[in-house]
Design a protein around this ligand. Structure first.
Ligand code: NFS
Ligand code: SF4
Length: 656
């Protein structure tokens, strides 16, 4: 009893945990039900301050060694490692782990594609032949007069080098703008193959190997690039070929998408193949009949996190919420089954699912959870797994116990933009062209472009920074591209609609109204951040905005990041030439040489640089100042002043 009181005292009020009304309601309900969620665990877990500053090392058993962030050069590790070495090594291992997650995912998708083009797997197919030809062209693979399957086979073999190649430049180096690639070559950071780069990081960060932070950061860049332009880009391009390149679709987001009178099934994770198959299972006539026989009106399939974002983009499948809501959604009692695959799957889900009787299943051999039932998903027999999940969900529906409380909140938005579609949308439906986008940037109606991406997490109020940051950016005429949990945050705030243009500055609003597009474009999952890279490359190639990605009036942000994947993404944006600002926390000791290197010197090398702020408005203005600096360097800042002058004049006339 005393303990409960103690716990209560420490708990953060639900509305301070999140700006998401549905999640707040479920936090309160969980507390009434005596169920602990991630928010409560965060409140009772004080973050280790030394770890938060990345001032500790446990790479060998002469340690663990703890340095003092207040006096970073006052002490070294037992082996003599300095604060800069220790931080750089810790950072490098985060990059390696994040890159490994994306590249392993990409490699599985590519493996599946290989089975399809070799004719071994008939459950999947080449759906988007145009994308197939496009990728072949980028890779300089002959397409004239050849069967799609043959072209596919060549693509498969070529792209496998993304992972396995040990010497030379990786395949998608061919997609990188010339000058950006030149900069990489100069610093010797063009990736060879992802496995090689990740292995080398693990080697170099072993005790007693690389002890020069600048040299370590170089390998971070090479590894992160093998994720962004490698593992992740392959995942996106091959998923598009097999499942279709997204086009804008309307989709509903937030817990209100659950239906009390339906069998509710949530898929949460990162791999599209599980989700694609469960879509087939849930629409199967016998399954629907079985659900009806159990007293349900039908089967309601819903996504969460990144594969959810991907399916929403491709098929308009409703989405129940982002990372901070995956436990909370179970508190509704309405989720009959949740199937997870890999990444961002909290172990805490197991307990919460138990409390509410949700059938929770792991499906991927890489991700089991102690005490949670595992039904392995086998690409050669995908329905075996997904049918079983649906059957288990139906029987749970039939035996539902306890009260069901579904928050009413849901918002409809437009999702499913892609690099290709942005071109069609602005360039006209027959010819993909980035000329109008570039022109509107040059004439100043659009001030610049920002990518706002990444996680949500309990050390900051869920969704708050994402929403405030993006609002401030569009208000200042910055077009925003989104992925992952950040996109879901804005969708829940109801801003992924063309009408959000009324929150945009006059210039951006004018472009949005002319084209009929929202000022915030959702591109899909975190792996789809590679779409931002290809869009940026297209902007460079189209002309008028400099010769490398570093020249573009663009910036990136992940204000509520938490995962090592986010660090890898952040660093591949930085290495690609983008100023990238993170919020909430950053694993670094300020005032060190390593800090200066990441936050200043990388830019002097012709790459991008890191930034940090905990205030979304300040973060927006750091990004805008950078965009303005780039406009100045491009000599297009004057055009913007003229546009704004015209607007003011016009408004004056309107008043008169
Ligand atoms: Ni990205 Fe997707 Fe979300 Fe963060 Fe996790 S779901 S891969 S890592 S939390 S955005
Ligand atoms: Fe300490 Fe050096 Fe061992 Fe790290 S590698 S734990 S700093 S002795």
């Amino acid at each position: 009893m005393g303990e409960t009181k103690e716990l209560k005292k420490k708990l953060t009020p639900a509305h301070d945990c999140t700006t998401c009304e549905a999640t707040a309601q479920m936090i309160d309900k969980a507390r009434r039900d005596g169920v602990e969620l991630v928010f409560d665990r965060a409140a009772t877990m004080k973050a280790c301050p030394i770890g938060a500053d990345s001032a500790c090392c446990k790479h060998c058993s002469m340690g663990p060694c703890r340095l003092n962030a207040k006096d970073p050069y006052g002490k070294v590790g037992v082996c003599g490692a300095t604060i800069d070495t220790i931080q750089a090594r810790n950072f490098a291992r985060m990059v390696a782990s994040g890159a490994a997650a994306h590249t392993d995912h990409g490699m599985s998708i590519l493996h599946l594609f290989g089975e399809v083009v070799k004719g071994h797997n008939k459950d999947y197919e080449i759906k988007d032949t145009q994308k197939l030809l496009q990728v072949a062209q980028t890779l300089e693979i002959e397409t004239d007069g050849r069967a799609y399957q043959d072209i596919g086979l060549d693509i498969y073999e070529e792209l496998m080098k993304t992972y396995t190649q040990v010497e030379g430049e990786f395949p998608f180096a061919k997609a990188v703008p010339e000058k950006t690639l030149e900069t990489w070559r100069k610093h010797n950071i063009v990736p060879r193959g992802a496995m090689r780069e990740i292995m080398e990081i693990m080697h170099r960060t072993h005790m007693g190997v690389d002890q020069d932070y600048e040299n370590i950061v170089n390998q971070c860049s090479r590894t992160a690039l093998s994720d962004g332009w490698g593992g992740s880009m392959v995942a996106t391009e091959i998923s598009d070929i097999m499942f279709g390149t997204p086009r804008p679709v309307m989709a509903e987001v937030n817990m209100g998408v659950l239906k009390e009178d339906h069998v509710n099934i949530i898929v949460h994770g990162h791999e599209p193949n599980l989700f694609e198959s469960i879509m087939v299972s849930t629409s199967d006539a016998t399954m629907v009949e079985a659900a009806k026989a159990a007293g349900a009106k039908g089967i309601n399939l819903v996504g969460m996190c990144c594969s959810g974002a991907e399916m929403m983009s491709r098929h308009g499948v409703p989405h129940a919420g982002n990372f901070m809501s995956t436990e909370a959604v179970l508190v509704t009692g309405a989720v009959d089954a949740m199937a997870v695959d890999v990444q961002c799957i909290k172990q805490g889900l197991g307990k919460v699912a138990d409390c509410y009787g949700t059938e929770l299943f792991t499906t991927n051999p890489r991700c089991h959870i102690e005490g949670v039932k595992h039904i392995e998903f086998d690409e050669d027999d995908p329905m075996a797994c997904t049918d079983e999940v649906v059957i288990k969900a139906i029987s749970r529906f039939k035996n539902r116990k306890g009260d069901i409380q579904i928050p009413k909140n849901k918002n409809v938005g437009i999702h499913g933009f892609s690099k290709e579609y942005i071109g069609y949308m602005l360039g006209g439906s027959f010819r993909e062209s980035y000329v109008p986008l570039n022109e509107n940037i040059i004439n100043g109606r659009i001030r610049g472009v920002a990518g706002v991406v990444g996680c949500t997490q309990p050390r900051t109020k869920q969704d708050y920074m994402h929403v405030e940051l993006v609002k401030e950016l569009i208000k200042n005429d910055v077009l925003v591209l989104q992925t992952g949990c950040s996109q879901i945050a804005l969708a829940k705030a109801g801003l992924l609609i063309p009408e959000a243009a009324h929150l945009a500055g006059d210039g951006l609003a004018e472009v949005c109204e002319t084209v009929g597009m929202p000022p915030i474009l959702g591109l899909g999952s975190c792996v789809d951040n590679s779409r931002i890279l290809t869009a940026a490359s297209e902007m460079v190639r189209t002309g008028g905005l400099g010769h490398s990605i570093a020249d573009l009036p663009a910036a990136g942000a992940a204000p509520e990041w938490m995962s090592e994947k986010a660090i890898s993404i952040g660093h591949y944006f930085v290495a690609s030439g983008v100023y990238t600002v993170f919020g909430t926390t950053f694993p670094i000791t300020e005032g060190t040489k390593f800090h200066k290197h990441l936050f200043e010197e990388l830019e002097e090398m012709g790459l991008g640089k890191w930034g940090f702020s905990n205030d979304p408005i300040e973060m927006a203005h750091m990004m805008i100042a950078h965009i303005d600096k780039k406009r100045e360097q491009l000599g297009i800042n004057k055009a913007r002043e003229r546009v704004l002058m015209d607007m003011a004049d016009r408004q004056k006339l309107d008043v008169a």
